[in-house]
Ligand binder design. Structure first.
Ligand code: AMP
Ligand code: MG
Length: 416
């Protein structure tokens, strides 16, 4: 591969070309058993079918008395029916005997229905005194009884493969006796943060040295996209050190930030080409044109530019969807989208994909004026972004555009 340092890119790939390449390369990772108590948010690798009925026994749906329903026929407040109380059934503590005609057993919600009984009269219409209960309302057989399998039946398909587990899904898995659902493994991500000028996050910027903000952004995006972040350090712009980091990464995905462009200190592209393949370097987009994508021994490597907006943009275009796909999730934008009119036109160039930060005000989309890839505060002011596809020269004022919001909350201005 041609050394692009201080020469610039001879040609740039289209965003779609790179995305298509990643689409073909990436398959969900293998599956693993995940402890039930930490499975929320994970993606099921296999469908789950119930091997038990829930409940596995007929249970009382009320506090009251288990009876033979026919015994209560004709009961009213003026003419209550008296049954003798044989004992009690509690949740987890069944009544051992049998309810014959003329008898009742006191039951609490969730208690097994005693043999012989076929209905439960609710406590509110009963009065018990000295071993006898007076019932002032009739109940039909089967009333107030939760039948075996009323929640889940043996063989039911309870969750499909690909499901991102929610809290109630984990609860349901617990209820059918699953202890470790089979989930897609989370992609392991190695960050390689490069730059002689960088101080670790949490430090004070000092003279010409700046604080590494890219790793702070990227680590949260990796977490959002289901990746497992490995420990990392900031590395100097020294090829032998960056080379070791690229070669030794015990990860599914390596994300390099900084040093990805065509400056004299931009070593990563050449190193990726030497250690594996640099499949793309230089993409027709703004910002993030110096982005690179390669592979080293089965690991995907993303070279994200150091400029914070470029870094965020390149992550969202390429690394984020790839991580989601590896983890069995959808590649799609992971937040809400809305369609709204543009308050001002957006200029772009045919042949280039633009990532435009926008704010939403009074139901309109306002492009944020700065185009600087180094202006991180522009992403903080923004509610989301609009993507101007490569075949458009821009978007006209008033045109309805799709906004990819940065959050799941709809900005107040858009809420109905
Ligand atoms: P580079 O991609 O290494 O040429 O860096 C481009 C710009 O981004 C330079 O101004 C760097 O100082 C800045 N930069 C690089 N890495 C980071 C980082 N981790 N956090 C914040 N800014 C960075
Ligand atoms: Mg640099």
């Amino acid at each position: 591969m041609r050394d692009v340092r201080m020469k610039g890119f001879a040609e740039r790939a289209d965003v779609e070309e790179v995305q298509d390449f990643l689409g073909v390369q990436i398959r969900p990772l293998a599956s693993e058993a995940v402890d039930l108590l930490s499975c929320v948010g994970r993606v099921l690798a296999e469908e789950v079918r119930a091997e038990v009925d829930v409940p596995g026994f007929a249970r009382s749906a009320m506090d009251g008395y288990a009876v033979c329903g026919e015994d209560t026929f004709g009961a009213s407040a003026y003419d209550p029916i008296a049954l003798s109380v044989l004992g009690e059934a509690l949740p987890g503590k069944p009544f051992a005997g049998r309810v014959e005609r003329g008898n009742a057993v006191r039951v609490m919600t969730g208690a097994p229905i005693p043999a012989g009984a076929d209905a439960v009269v609710m406590a509110e219409v009963c009065e018990e005194r000295k071993g006898v209960v007076e019932i002032s309302e009739a109940v039909a057989p089967h009333k107030n009884i939760g039948a075996i399998g009323e929640d889940i039946r043996v063989g039911d398909l309870v969750l499909r493969a690909g499901r991102r587990l929610r809290p109630q899904d984990a609860g349901l898995l617990a209820s059918i006796g699953v202890s470790a659902p089979t989930c897609v493994r989370r992609p392991r991500v190695q960050l390689v943060i490069t730059g002689d000028e960088l101080l670790p996050a949490g430090s004070q910027p000092e003279g010409p040295r700046i604080v590494d903000s890219n790793s702070v952004v990227v680590r949260s995006l990796v977490a959002r996209d289901g990746g497992e972040l490995l420990p990392f350090e900031i590395l100097p712009d020294r090829p032998e050190i960056i080379s070791d980091a690229l070669r030794d990464a015990d990860a599914d995905v390596v994300i390099v930030t900084g040093g990805s462009s065509v400056g004299t200190e931009d070593h990563a592209p050449r190193l990726v080409a030497e250690l594996g393949s640099l499949d793309f370097h230089g993409i027709s987009m703004r910002p993030s044109s110096p982005t690179g994508v390669g592979r080293i021994e089965g690991r995907l490597v993303f070279l994200l530019p150091g400029n914070p907006v470029s870094c965020l943009c390149a992550y969202e275009f390429f690394a984020g969807p790839s991580l989601r796909a590896l983890g069995g999730r959808s590649r799609e934008w992971p937040h809400r989208r809305v369609r709204l009119p543009l308050a001002r036109k957006i200029s772009s160039a045919v042949g280039r994909t633009d990532y435009v930060r926008i704010a939403v005000e009074s139901g309109k989309v306002i492009p944020i004026a700065t185009s600087g890839a180094s202006i991180l505060s522009s992403t903080v002011r923004a509610d989301g972004c609009v993507i101007v596809p490569r075949e458009l020269e821009g978007m006209a004022e008033g045109a309805e555009v799709e906004v990819l919001l940065y959050d799941d909350e709809i900005p107040e201005e858009v809420a109905p």
